[in-house]
Design a protein around this ligand. Structure first.
Ligand SMILES: Cc1cc2nc3c(=O)[nH]c(=O)nc-3n(C[C@H](O)[C@H](O)[C@H](O)COP(=O)(O)OP(=O)(O)OC[C@H]3O[C@@H](n4cnc5c(N)ncnc54)[C@H](O)[C@@H]3O)c2cc1C
Length: 475
């Protein structure tokens, strides 16, 4: 398989990756962008097929189109619909695309892989009809599909009113918003986020739509159980305290045919973990992140991280972080001297600090409330890939598992196709509670494949008859 070489490979074509690749290509680096999505945009500017929505009416659509146009004109090469699954030393990259497997190499690597949803399991969370809150944005934005006709939207953070308002606009009925935060949490987030009145105004628009549709908003409450009835889902909720601990005697039930539930976003660190970069635990930006300087440099030479993968700062800060990391790469590869690096990066550093304040305020609303795990009973599945229950995890901890890697080896939790992206937060919290905190519980070592890859794509078609059978060894 022929390998193609680049100066810089950017993983992820969200706002951080698009801006980074555009800057790097404009500065003369041979730049490659890899993304598993069919179009650039990432999560927030995910582009629906052109025939789905009226063009140019939506602010996200307009900003996304500007970034896409700049990228297309920059000369960067795009490998879309390509899942990156392996990275070797010196930045050898293996991806699977529509035409099968592809190999690339790059002198520098810029990771802009964004986030994944934080999943906190409770009894019934794997029931059909229960989906992630962020996943619901994909259904609504990219596929033009409502998750159900009667929907409950639950969890924490700004995706709650966004998903509920989009569901209402798409014709669904929202039975209730079940919010972990209290009104005072929202008030302080709005005060902290006042640097972006335009984004606050957008949020106010969602609230107006929800008020007009008379959507009930249940504050300081959590979903603690989901079961199925002939009518659909039966959803149990309890009031929670500030740590998310459910309060007995406060049960309220509600029926729906879909539950969209999410507890915030977690930076995607699988690439930097695989490459052995140093990481730090920073709960205020989502948890474990690569330890980077202001320009996004890790301690691994020529390895950079930008956007939410380096800590959740939101969509407005991501392109600025992308440009900064690209400038660092251009300098480190010898195309920009230190004086020009400082002159060009300083304004982006200042602007990023300003807009990141808004993103961090919103991320704070969806901070991890560890008491929520009290709802997970012994037979609740924690790792749905490997069917590992809470009882098995508690048992391994009681037997002496002292960090998440030990627990993984003992239970297979986190070894399935998602490589711990779904169970990682719950496992980290459960181990952390016994060993003095999340930082002490550690983070999972990175392992290939970064994404599930069909074996057929890697080895091609084969016939069992062609597999050589070794001769028996003479005694
Ligand atoms: C599911 C989801 C929905 C969201 N919806 C919204 C929203 O509606 N509004 C909002 O303001 N914020 C939303 N957010 C948050 C928002 O995504 C971020 O604030 C912002 O997009 C960060 O930009 P980014 O460039 O850092 O990462 P992202 O936009 O997340 O882009 C990362 C890109 O990396 C690609 N990628 C990751 N790993 C691989 C791999 N191994 N191989 C190939 N490609 C890979 C992904 O396909 C993705 O396109 C959402 C987050 C998630 C996870």
């Amino acid at each position: 398989m022929a390998e193609r070489s680049f100066d810089l490979a950017v993983i992820g074509a969200g706002p951080a990756g698009m801006a980074a690749a555009t800057s790097a290509a404009e500065a003369g680096l041979r730049t490659l962008v890899i993304d598993e999505a069919p179009r650039p945009g990432g999560q927030v500017y995910r582009a629906p097929p052109a025939e789905f929505l009226p063009q140019g009416t939506d602010a996200d659509r307009r900003i996304g189109d500007e970034l896409r146009t700049a990228l297309a004109e920059s000369g960067a090469e795009l490998a879309l619909d390509h899942r990156l699954w392996w990275i070797g030393e010196g930045f050898e990259l293996a991806a699977v695309g529509p035409g099968g497997p592809h190999r690339f190499s790059a002198r520098a690597l810029l990771v802009a892989t964004g986030t994944t949803e934080r999943i906190l399991p409770f009894p019934g969370w794997t029931t059909p009809g229960v989906i992630g809150l962020a996943a619901a944005t994909i259904l609504l934005k990219a596929d033009g599909v409502v998750p159900g006709e009667r929907v409950v939207v639950a969890g924490a953070g700004p995706l709650l009113p966004l998903v509920a308002a989009k569901a209402v606009a798409a014709g669904a009925s929202v039975a209730a918003i079940v919010d972990l935060a209290r009104p005072s949490d929202w008030a302080s987030a709005v005060i902290r986020g006042r640097s972006r009145p335009d984004l606050l105004a957008r949020g106010a628009g969602w609230l107006r739509r929800l008020a007009m549709a008379r959507v009930p908003w249940w504050s300081a409450r959590a979903v603690v159980n989901v079961s199925t009835t002939a009518e659909g889902l039966s959803i149990d909720t309890l009031a929670v305290n500030a740590d998310g601990e459910p309060q007995p005697g406060t049960r309220r039930k509600i029926g729906a045919d879909a539950l969209c539930i999410g507890h915030g976003l977690v930076p995607s660190t699988e690439v930097t973990r695989l490459l052995g970069a140093a990481h730090v635990f920073r709960p205020e930006v989502g948890g474990w992140v690569a330890d980077v300087d202001e320009l996004g440099r890790t301690n691994v030479p020529h390895l950079y991280v930008a956007g939410d993968a380096a800590g959740v700062e939101g969509a407005a800060a991501a392109p600025l972080a992308g440009r900064l990391a690209a400038l660092a790469a251009v300098h480190d590869l010898g195309r920009l001297d230190a004086t020009h690096l400082a002159r060009r990066s300083d304004p982006f550093v200042a602007r990023r600090r300003g807009v990141a304040r808004f993103g961090k305020a919103m991320a704070g609303l969806a901070r991890l409330r560890s008491g929520l795990l009290d709802a997970a009973t012994p037979d609740t599945i924690i790792c749905r890939c490997e069917d590992v229950t809470r009882a098995e995890i508690d048992g391994a901890i009681d037997t002496g598992a002292r960090d998440v890697n030990q627990l993984k080896a003992w239970t297979r939790c986190g070894m399935g196709p998602c490589q711990g992206r779904m169970c990682g937060e719950a496992v980290g919290e459960l181990v952390g509670a016994q060993v003095g905190g999340r930082a002490q519980a550690g983070l999972w070592t990175g392992r290939a494949p970064l994404r599930p890859v069909p074996l057929e794509d890697l080895v091609g078609g084969y016939d069992y008859a062609d597999i050589p059978i070794p001769q028996a060894a003479p005694l």
